[in-house]
Design a protein. Structure first.
Length: 126
């Protein structure tokens, strides 16, 4: 989990909300998903710069949940050395973290945006 301060998307989300509306929990959730493309703009740009191997690792973790090294290796179609290279790249970019012997997506907004795209479009963004 990232504890470096409030993520930028919280400000983006707040900027999409109307000051004249009193939001309940359901309205907040609905507004979040209606505006997710606008809120996740930083991640849409970052996603576009990732390699296919990096995207494979991320989507595998989204599909399978937090994963050990062995679990990841069995799910991706590349070598141990290649996996190590790209896991390190993703960790250095602040996208993956490793805790309790499991790799997880470090940013909740990236995770939410990718799950939303898969559920609504039927596929992850290219």
């Amino acid at each position: 989990m990232n504890y470096r301060g409030y993520p930028a998307y919280i400000n983006s989300f707040c900027n999409t909300m109307s000051g004249s509306v009193k939001y309940d929990e359901d309205m907040i959730i609905q507004t979040f998903y209606e505006k997710i493309e606008q809120i996740a703009i930083m991640w849409t740009s970052i996603w576009a710069t990732l390699s296919e191997k990096e995207k494979d690792i991320i989507t595998t973790i989204i599909e399978k949940g937090p994963s050990t090294w062995s679990e990841l290796l069995s799910e991706v179609e590349f070598s141990n050395r290649t996996l190590a290279k790209y896991v390190n790249v993703l960790k250095n970019k602040g996208i993956l973290s490793h805790s309790n012997k499991k790799y997880t997506i470090d940013d909740h907004m990236l995770y939410a945006w990718l799950r939303y795209k898969k559920e609504n479009d039927g596929y992850y963004p290219p």
